[in-house]
Every structure is written in structure tokens, then in C-alpha cells.
Write a protein that binds this ligand. Structure first.
Ligand code: SF4
Length: 175
């Protein structure tokens, strides 16, 4: 599981599976994840969970890397599915957002030279925040902000057990 432009709340829901994760460790091997901090997937993986939408060029590269290396890719949570809170900037021009954050903000440092930070090591923002399925094909969607640990576990357990994914309506809702 990897986090793109999100708040890590969906990743915390993943961890909220608690001891149920232990029951799965005999069946799965965790490759790249926020738990292991491994940057690249070293061998083809069965399932990739994606938190967050696509807000910069690094997110695009990471998402494509997952698509190329995972048989099944799953959007986890509102940000991955439709952009979520970060996509609220989509109604404004990117330059206006950056000015508001770094130059016109009431918390900007007084008397400091007003600049928007730019550096080769800082990923370039995309003009809009995109849901994952607008960048690569996604196979499943687990709604919620965040989805419950039960929802994530149900989907994972179905896939590992070779069953069709059938998230019950009580867990499959977009409100
Ligand atoms: S869907 Fe909600 S919990 Fe998940 S990353 Fe987005 S804001 Fe955070």
C-alpha cells in the first residue's frame, strides 16, 4: 500500500486491521509499503492498495510503477477515488493556490522575501488533482474517508481467498 496525495488516514485504517494482519502474514508478503518504506517494487505483486489522489509528477510516476507491477490495483478512500479534500484546489488556478499558500497567507513570514519554493527535489504539482483511475486503470474501489478497517479486510480476504470481491452494502457506501 502506498500513499499519494492524502492524509494517511486510509493507511491508518489499513493498520486498524490490527491482529487480523497477522492472520494474513502466512498468505501475503508485503512489498513496497508505508510500513517498510521500500521505494520500488522489486518483484511482481498480486495486489496494490493506493491511498490519495494524484497531485504531482511524483504521484504519477509512483502510480504508473504500481500499475506496471501489480496484477490488481485498488483505490482506497475518497482521495484516490475522486480526489477528495486535496481536489478542492481544482476550482482555482494553480498559481493562485501557490500565492495564497506562500505569499498572501496571513501566516507568511513578515519581511521575508515572498517566494514560492521551487527546487528539482520538490515534485512539480499537476495543474489539477486527479483521481487515480484518470491516470491508470484501477480494478476496485473501496469508498470512505477513510474506509473502515473491516472494508479493507473484507476486500483483501476475498482476493486472497480467490472469491469475487463482494463488499457488503454496510461497508460499501460513499457518504
Ligand atoms: S480519503 Fe479521507 S482518510 Fe483517506 S487520505 Fe483522503 S482525506 Fe485522508
Amino acid at each position: 500500500m502506498i500513499a499519494l496525495c492524502g492524509c494517511w488516514g486510509c493507511t491508518l485504517s489499513f493498520l486498524d486491521m490490527d491482529e487480523r494482519i497477522l492472520s494474513l502474514t502466512t498468505k501475503i508478503t508485503i512489498e513496497r509499503s508505508s510500513l517498510t518504506d521500500i521505494k520500488r517494487i522489486k518483484r511482481r505483486s498480486a495486489i496494490g492498495f493506493i491511498e490519495g489522489g494524484v497531485a504531482n509528477e511524483d504521484n504519477i510516476e509512483t502510480l504508473r510503477h504500481f500499475r506496471e507491477n501489480c496484477d490488481i490495483l485498488i483505490s482506497v478512500g475518497a482521495c484516490a477515488i475522486w480526489g477528495g479534500v486535496p481536489s478542492m484546489r481544482n476550482v482555482f488556478e494553480l498559481n493562485d493556490c501557490l500565492s495564497e499558500a506562500y505569499i498572501d497567507s496571513p501566516t507568511a513570514v513578515p519581511h521575508a522575501l515572498p517566494i514560492v519554493p521551487r527546487h528539482p527535489d520538490i515534485p512539480r504539482l499537476t495543474t489539477k488533482v486527479y483521481p487515480c483511475h484518470e491516470v491508470v486503470k484501477m480494478d476496485y474501489f473501496i469508498p470512505g474517508c477513510p474506509p473502515s478497517a473491516d472494508a479493507i479486510f473484507d476486500v483483501l480476504d476475498d482476493l486472497i481467498s480467490g472469491r469475487p470481491v463482494q463488499l457488503p452494502k454496510s461497508l460499501n457506501h460513499y457518504d
